[in-house]
Design a protein around this ligand. Structure first.
Ligand code: ADP
Length: 491
């Protein structure tokens, strides 16, 4: 099959979170199975150009119709760790992708509407006719809209779209200028409940809703989150739209790229280890302590790795630090804040705890340190408010680091409580789960984990090994995506 992925991120060249990992990991697995996969991305100035090989011109002066005129684009082509990527660079005063950031502009909907339009023009004019166009999140929600309403009449009538939603919280709400810019026009047609009109604000368009309504298939990134999005508030207002389109909506769990995340071959960690020889994990704990100047002792080491954002339950992350210290454990945090307030709060904590030899807070994004923490920690906390899938717990399991998670979204689909999960036999359980969003709930799960570590070390080790036995690679997930591609291909 010939598959084109249109996305705003692809790890490691441009990654703000799990979306980038998924776009890369899925593409790799599909190619390994013999499918032809190409990626279309914006050409950001802030990309990791050192991860692109053989960058060269693919299409000079691509005319992209825009507001009745046109913007010329150059399209470059290169390989990102083996994946063939096309990068779109508009030549316009707007400097859509030359701003030193990926997201965060007031005109983000316009920037990504342009990207979607340019990607469609590139496919059209370079005569690329993929079987499947796979789009992701609100940034590319207009692709299926334009395909159905315009491009099928220009010769793209056989292309089908699979649309994956990684986070319902950001939906791309905007005004009707987007319709004029892209040439969709006809506001009276699109401002309709059955099309792009936002479910709450009748004067706004919702690009993610467009993606849901117009795609041939829609999925989110775990089965439980698919249910939550339809029936709880984490659908952020799109529950009814998903209800209407339930026949083409499901949840597919993300995979982890075990070529990158594998303690047996990880070059970022000083001592490799595996399920059969887990002893070396202790050496990584020692290395982590040395690197972060933590005291060498027999305490358990608990970690948090992730964005510091409301979604991730920052108040519980904060509480976890103090509870761990109180319960005679060490704590390491690696996180980058998404708002100034949260950033200031954690910098304050960092200064406050500076002289404590049992804790280290590292504020910022550091891929290499993340590997060492996954390998060196005994437990990881993931107290998310909501979590469509979550990669942290999946990576932790592979590294024998016991996850303590809140039972939401993908966390609930992948972590099974050692003491209370009745759906899994004791030898299949792999972590700790709590449900309420308060300190007591978190404490009760942490208490059980720390208690097991101190009082029944053999059983703690057994739990760690049970986690390592789980296989959340892309193999299974990619097969599910392929079944969807097959399903919609000839529709
Ligand atoms: P989300 O996509 O909501 O941010 P996920 O759990 O799906 O969360 O993916 C997070 C990914 O980003 C994981 O690979 C995690 O290790 C990585 N990550 C998050 N924050 C950091 C950080 N500060 N430094 C290094 N890696 C990070």
């Amino acid at each position: 099959m010939y598959i084109v992925q249109i996305a705003s991120e692809c790890a490691p060249v441009i990654k703000a979170g799990g979306l980038g990992d998924v776009v890369y990991g899925l593409s790799r697995e599909l190619e390994e199975r013999g499918h032809c996969v190409e990626l279309i991305l914006p050409m950001y100035d802030c990309m990791r150009y050192d991860h692109i090989w053989g960058l060269h011109d693919a299409y000079r002066d691509l005319d992209v119709p825009w507001y009745g005129g046109e913007i010329k684009c150059d399209v470059f082509c290169g390989w990102v760790h083996g994946r063939l990527c096309f990068f779109i660079q508009p030549k316009s005063q707007d400097q859509f992708f030359n701003r030193g950031y990926v997201y965060g502009g007031e005109d983000d909907p316009m920037r990504f509407a342009f990207f979607s339009k340019a990607a469609m023009e590139f496919l059209l004019k370079s005569n690329k006719r993929p079987d499947i166009i796979h789009c992701h999140d609100w940034q590319t929600g207009l692709v299926p809209v334009m395909l159905y309403e315009m491009y099928q009449y220009y010769g793209m009538e056989r292309q089908r779209v699979c649309y994956t939603i990684h986070n319902f919280r950001h939906q791309g709400n905007c005004g009707n200028d987007i319709l004029m810019a892209t040439g969709l026009n006809r506001p009276e047609y699109y401002f309709h409940y059955d099309r792009l009109q936002d479910n709450f604000n009748p004067f706004a368009l919702n690009l993610m809703k467009g993606g849901i309504v117009y795609s041939n298939y829609v999925n989110t990134v775990s089965p439980h989150h698919a249910w939550e999005a339809r029936f709880t508030d984490v659908g952020y207002g799109l529950g009814h739209t998903l209800e209407i389109h339930q026949g083409k909506f499901s949840g597919i769990l993300n995979g982890v790229d075990y070529n990158l995340w594998n303690p047996e071959s990880d070059s970022y960690i000083p001592s490799q280890y595996s399920l059969n020889q887990p002893q070396n994990k202790a050496k990584n704990k020692q290395a982590l302590r040395e690197r972060l100047l933590l005291k060498d002792c027999d305490k358990p080491l608990i970690a948090y790795i992730g964005r510091l954002d409301d979604q991730k339950g920052v108040h519980l992350v904060h509480h976890a630090i103090y509870y761990a210290l109180n319960r005679n454990a060490q704590f390491v945090l690696l996180g980058s804040a998404t708002s100034g307030d949260v950033n200031a709060k954690f910098w304050h904590e960092k200064h406050f705890l500076n002289d404590n030899p049992d804790v280290h807070l590292e504020i910022g994004f550091n891929e290499e340190l993340a590997h060492l923490i996954y390998a060196g920690a005994d437990m990881v906390v993931v107290p998310s408010n909501f979590e469509p899938c979550g990669l942290t717990q999946l990576i932790s399991l592979k590294y024998g680091t016991v996850p303590i998670v809140r039972g939401v979204g993908g966390l609930l689909s992948t972590v099974f409580d050692r003491d209370y999960d009745l759906d899994h036999a004791p030898e299949k359980r792999n972590g700790y789960v709590f449900y309420q969003m308060d300190n007591h709930a978190l404490e009760s799960a942490m208490e059980r984990a720390i208690g097991l570590y101190y009082e029944y070390p053999k059983e703690f080790e057994q739990l760690m090994l049970q986690g390592m036995e789980y296989n959340y690679s892309w193999k299974n997930s990619a097969s599910q995506y392929l079944s969807i591609y097959e399903l919609i291909r000839f529709k």
